[in-house]
Design a binder for this molecule. Structure first.
Ligand SMILES: [Zn+2]
Ligand SMILES: [Zn+2]
Length: 85
């Protein structure tokens, strides 16, 4: 029976520090109706769940949407979705 030691575990290779100079902020498109969201990189304009037009920025301050699960704009407090009252 042959045993191959294919597993190599490298531990403690210090000095290698990953630099993240690039500002890589993910943006999203949100459905204001049902809360569905897509990456802003995706070529979609409408919600695949309910057919509502997606928004990719705050309707009030026009900041891009960085938190897809947010219901309100963290910068100005504007509600992304429709008022469900
Ligand atoms: Zn929707
Ligand atoms: Zn805003």
């Amino acid at each position: 029976m042959r045993k191959h030691h294919g597993q190599e575990v490298k531990i403690g290779n210090g000095g290698k520090r990953r630099q993240t100079n690039r500002v890589n902020v993910e943006r999203y498109k949100l459905c204001p109706n049902c809360g569905n969201f897509y990456s802003a990189m995706e070529d979609v304009d409408y919600c695949g769940v309910c057919g509502e037009k997606l928004i990719d920025h705050c309707p009030r301050c026009h900041e891009p949407i960085l938190y897809p699960t947010a219901k309100f704009c963290p910068l100005c407090g504007e509600r992304y979705g429709k008022d469900d009252s």
